[in-house]
Design a protein around this ligand. Structure first.
Ligand code: TXA
Ligand code: MG
Length: 322
């Protein structure tokens, strides 16, 4: 179905669409989500269709209040409670054993469901208005750059969804951290807004799972978050690339036109860099140059999540993985 996509802050209108099994783009503190009723198979199917996402890649369920997970997951223990108390609302997604109330489609048939409570007043109010939790992947087409403004959503999904709830630019700018427990050991499946240093005081040692060994989180495809312009990491453009765009951390690349550069954080603050990362990728991609070159940021705190996204953006797509 083709829609005239409207953008605004009308919670009643957004809730009306969602109640009718339609999709609405929602703001969160990390990136915009493409939301549908998490308990409604018709809406879930539309999410996969609209995003052109394969059905084996499961969705995160967004709740409006911590108690809303009680229906969705098998009794949270003390550690899970401690994580929720410390980090919700916020950029932490928990992979937990699910109840039969969670549709198989949301979890791609996996035994765990991913849940989080986003830290954005408009979206929390929307979930409360609807009364049901919202399943939402990032509001981009599959494999493309995640949106951090309503405008980014519009450029990818206009005509495919009826409404974009505009909550302004996202405060964190990279996706949530995905955390789960296997045989009593906490593991990070995707680095994000909550860092290892934030987590360890609450739950003790945490392991990081690398891409290749992650059947539990099938969405962690090695390529992802990709601009249409080929991207490599470093500061040496391939010889054949004539027009090059530069994604820089603090300082411009000398001798390169200003309009072909995007500087993430002149003051060196990694949180600002994270906030501007996708903005920078969207901006440079829209210039339609031959090649993008990304400078890695320091491998510390949220900088690790930024470098992770850059590596995925730089990985050539495998023809079978689409
Ligand atoms: O910050 C975020 O997490 C954003 C905002 C909108 O909340 N959402 C987001 O969703 O990044 P998405 O779908 O783009 O990425 C979620 C990842 C997927 O790669 C998926 O594979 C993994 O989480 N995931 C979701 N449910 C899972 C499950 N039941 N088991 C294993 N992995 C799961
Ligand atoms: Mg995504």
């Amino acid at each position: 179905m083709a829609f005239q996509t409207a953008t605004g802050q009308d919670l009643r209108l957004a809730a009306d669409w969602l109640r009718r099994s339609e999709l609405v783009a929602i703001p969160t503190e990390t990136v915009y989500g493409l939301a549908g009723n998490a308990l409604d198979d018709r809406a879930i199917v539309k999410i996969f269709e609209t995003k052109e996402r394969p059905l084996y890649n499961p969705l995160i369920i967004h709740v409006g209040h911590p108690d809303q997970i009680n229906d969705l997951i098998v009794s949270p223990d003390a550690e899970v409670r401690a994580l929720i108390d410390a980090f919700w609302p916020g950029p932490l997604t928990l992979l937990l054993d699910r109840t039969s109330r969670v549709p198989d489609l949301v979890c791609a048939g996996l035994p765990r469901v991913a849940v989080r409570m986003p830290d954005h007043g408009l979206t929390l109010a929307l979930i409360q208005t609807c009364g049901f939790p919202l399943a939402a992947p990032s509001a981009n087409l599959f494999g493309r750059i995640s949106p951090t403004t309503a405008e980014h959503v519009k450029s990818q999904l206009a005509g495919r969804i009826p409404y974009i709830l505009d909550g302004g630019p996202c405060r964190v700018g990279v996706e949530s951290t995905i955390l789960g427990r296997e045989d009593g050991v906490w593991k990070i499946y995707r680095r994000g807004g909550v860092t290892m240093a934030d987590l360890e005081p609450v739950i003790g040692p945490v392991e990081v799972v690398t891409t290749s060994e992650v059947p539990e989180a099938p969405g962690m495809l090695p390529w992802h978050y990709a601009p249409e312009t080929p991207l490599t990491i470093g500061d040496t453009p391939p010889a054949e690339a004539k027009r090059v765009g530069w994604l820089r951390f603090r300082k411009a690349m000398p001798g390169v036109p200003e309009e072909h550069q995007f500087i993430l954080a002149p003051d060196g603050d990694l949180r600002s860099a994270a906030r501007r990362l996708y903005e920078g990728l969207h901006h440079l991609d829209a210039l339609h140059l031959d090649q993008l070159l990304a400078e890695p940021v320091p491998e510390e705190g949220i900088g690790r999540a930024i470098n992770d996204r850059l590596r995925r953006a730089a990985t050539p797509r495998h023809p079978d993985s689409i």
